[in-house]
Design a protein around this ligand. Structure first.
Ligand code: WT7
Length: 665
């Protein structure tokens, strides 16, 4: 386990501003006041299983009720509600239709060009059912894995729901990943089908999807894929492989609008979502149907305080976990109306978010700190896109996710977007946790900018040292969760050993979930502040990436002998990627260095995806190494920041190299 060296400023630790939740909000909140919060926490403490069983019965519809709540016999492979039967799509769609919400708008689709289309619950159920029947007609069945490589669309959500309906396990791959990344995920998942679109529209540009699928499949090893289903988004020119490829409109044409849901047990894998770790290739985080859905629904009610009349908007992409929990499943499971957005925050201008909030009278808005920071900058440059120019009076609650939010960005968001009237929920969680873990409750928790405050009821977070002992408040340490919870990761697909070693390490006793983040609790309030990853995982614009992955991509280039990648703090993107590279040829300088750096950046985009492009590449004759040959990354982190090295370098074999690596090309 790596030491808890913090990569972030300890944001919020010196923060003394406190914002009480507004009285009118508290009055109508689902969890109203700290007494209500404390009562729920006490209930979980007193009878942990009873607490979760009650919630699972109240918030989900079961085809067959479960009799056992938590099965720890195979720990850390925990099972929740294991003998209960349910269907996720039934819970998201049918039950709303049956509850009198058939005509209620489920999705308001805001296209890149501003065109709006809507689907109510009845229509979404019909479209999902036809889609599901179409999948079945192509021989896709319960337990099969289906890759979804698609743009933001009603069809993307319907694709996920259709898989859930027939018990197929989906794995959504973000549309920005390369053919090679897509191929790796197809192979690891053993997918039988890929659902995609001809192209996606982002910021007025047509970006390819189907041709990347073709490329991925041509890279080999994907023989399991017998079906490629293509949603016609733009009508762009694409190749068609008759027999294998089918248009979505042809697939659903003539299918019945009714599809009996496949009742699956609660542990049935709902999805696999690949994410980066500190070592090796991306890991397929596997989530279970019952526990995941319970937490997606419950956090919509607790954290977002969702009410029947609310319009909810989460700006994430379905390619990330946020888009799973808070676009594809959570909002639908609670019968909400949500905005699904195809575009980018800066098109046609950087007022797009504010304009869209006004246009659809959004009440609850959930986005990433990196987006907020870039929109602050944009409003400085062009005052016409400042939020004050838009009618944002519909907003009643704001949220952030993905990375720490610096107090100044928090204040700007609170004052300028929320009009100093809307609580801000800074939600800490991870792909592996399935939903929020540590977050303010908008009608209860006094907020402190830069702190995610307190764990949700039933979430037993703690901060420990490297031996797993609790540390006192005010002392930093390793963030862990001491008890299993329903929406937790079940395993890493194809790699239970990596799951066990990575998340339940023996050093911590084998029963504590290791989040991979450092954290500290405030001495007085006990509030948590996340201090950053303690492993070699980077967070660039809220996108998670392993340094090893990027290094492997770099050394795969025939020019490269060796590479080391580190993160460095970045005002807009949180962290940015800085790569130190040794070429097989002599160290390039001047124009040569610039040209090769550009070539390598594009190479990484091709290998992994544009999000993994290093912001900077520096060349050296060697990398700083210990006498035993270990690369000293902590020194590289200092150099990347442009700071002088004051640390001990006595174990360094080649001190002269530092001079070479200290400047940009
Ligand atoms: C990592 C998880 C959660 C969905 C999107 C990202 C960082 C996430 C916060 C927050 C500080 C945060 C952590 C975490 N993170 N939210 N509110 N404050 N850090 O999911 O890609 O699995 O990344 O994002 O470092 O471990 P992910």
């Amino acid at each position: 386990m790596a030491g808890s060296e913090s990569k972030q400023e300890n944001q919020g630790l010196q923060e003394h501003r406190v914002f009480a939740p507004p009285a009118e909000f508290v009055a109508s909140a689902t969890i109203s006041g700290m007494d209500a919060y404390n009562a729920l926490c006490a209930e979980a403490e007193a009878d942990y299983e009873g607490f979760w069983a009650r919630l699972a019965r109240e918030h989900l519809d079961w085809h067959k009720p479960f009799t056992q709540t938590l099965d720890e016999s195979q720990a850390p492979f925990y099972k929740w509600f294991a003998d209960g039967l349910l269907n996720v799509s039934y819970n998201c769609l049918d039950r709303n239709v049956l509850n009198g919400n058939a005509e209620k708008t489920a999705i308001i689709f805001e296209a890149d060009d501003g065109q709006v289309t809507r689907a109510n619950y009845r229509e979404l159920l019909e479209r999902t059912s036809k889609f599901a029947n179409g999948l079945k007609a192509r021989g896709i069945k319960k337990g099969d894995r289906v890759i979804i490589y698609m743009s933001m669309s009603i069809e993307g959500v319907a694709a996920m729901q259709a898989c859930a309906r027939i018990g197929a396990t989906h794995s959504v791959v973000f549309g920005g990943f390369s053919a090679k990344s897509l191929q790796e995920r197809i192979i690891d998942a053993g997918a039988v089908a890929v659902i995609t679109a001809d192209e996606q529209l982002r910021g007025g540009k047509h970006l390819p999807l189907k041709s990347i699928v073709d490329e991925a499949l041509a890279l080999g090893g994907c023989e399991s894929v017998a079906n490629v289903i293509v949603y016609k988004r733009t009508g762009g020119n694409i190749a068609f492989n008759e027999g294998r490829d089918v248009w979505l409109h042809d697939l659903v044409d003539g299918q019945s609008a009714e599809c009996e849901p496949e009742w699956v047990d609660a542990e049935h894998p709902l999805f696999i979502l690949y994410t980066s770790g500190s070592t090796g290739t991306p890991k397929g985080v596997q989530h279970a149907s019952g526990g995941f859905l319970l937490w997606a629904a419950l956090t919509m009610k607790w954290t977002f305080d969702i009410k029947p009349s609310d319009v909810f908007w989460c700006t994430a992409d379905i390619g990330w976990v946020t888009g799973h929990s808070y676009i594809a499943y959570g909002p639908l499971a609670v019968g909400a109306t949500e905005v699904v957005f195809e575009g980018v925050p800066t098109y046609p201008n950087a007022g797009r978010f504010w304009d869209t909030i006004a246009k659809h009278k959004v009440n609850i808005f959930y986005t990433a700190p990196t987006a907020i920071r870039s929109l602050i900058k944009a409003a400085d440059v062009d005052p016409t896109v400042h939020p004050k120019n838009y009618d944002l009076s519909s907003l009643r609650l704001l949220g952030t996710v993905g990375e720490p939010i610096n107090p100044e960005a928090w204040m700007w968001y609170y004052n300028n977007v929320g009009g100093a009237r809307c609580p801000v929920v800074d939600t800490f969680w991870q792909t592996e946790t399935g939903g929020h873990m540590i977050t303010p409750l908008p009608g209860a928790t006094p907020m402190v900018p830069g702190s995610c405050t307190l764990p949700l009821p039933g979430i037993m977070t703690a901060i420990v040292d490297e031996a797993g002992h609790d540390v006192p408040n005010g002392q930093g340490g390793i963030l862990v969760v001491k008890r299993p919870w329903p929406s937790m990761i079940r395993t890493i697909w194809n790699n239970p050993e990596r799951f066990k070693a990575g998340y339940f390490p023996d050093e911590l006793g084998g029963r504590m979930y290791l989040a991979g983040d450092g954290a500290i609790r405030n001495k007085e309030t006990g509030y948590f502040t996340i201090t950053g990853r303690i492993d070699d995982v980077l967070n660039v614009s809220g996108h998670r990436m392993g340094t090893m992955e990027i290094e492997s991509a770099l050394v795969a280039n025939p020019m490269v002998a060796e590479a080391a990648v580190v993160g460095r703090p970045d005002e807009t993107t949180g962290e940015s990627i800085c790569a130190f590279v040794v070429l097989k040829q002599a160290r390039p300088t001047g124009e040569d260095a610039k040209r090769i750096a550009l070539e390598l950046r594009n190479w990484v985009a091709k290998e992994i995806g544009p999000i993994a492009k290093p912001k900077e590449i520096r060349f050296g004759d060697n990398l700083p190494k210990t006498r035993s040959g270990k690369i000293m990354r902590r020194l590289l982190r200092v150099l990347a920041k442009g700071e002088t090295i004051t640390q001990d370098i006595s174990t360094l074999e080649n001190p002269a190299i530092l001079e070479q690596l200290k400047d940009s090309n």
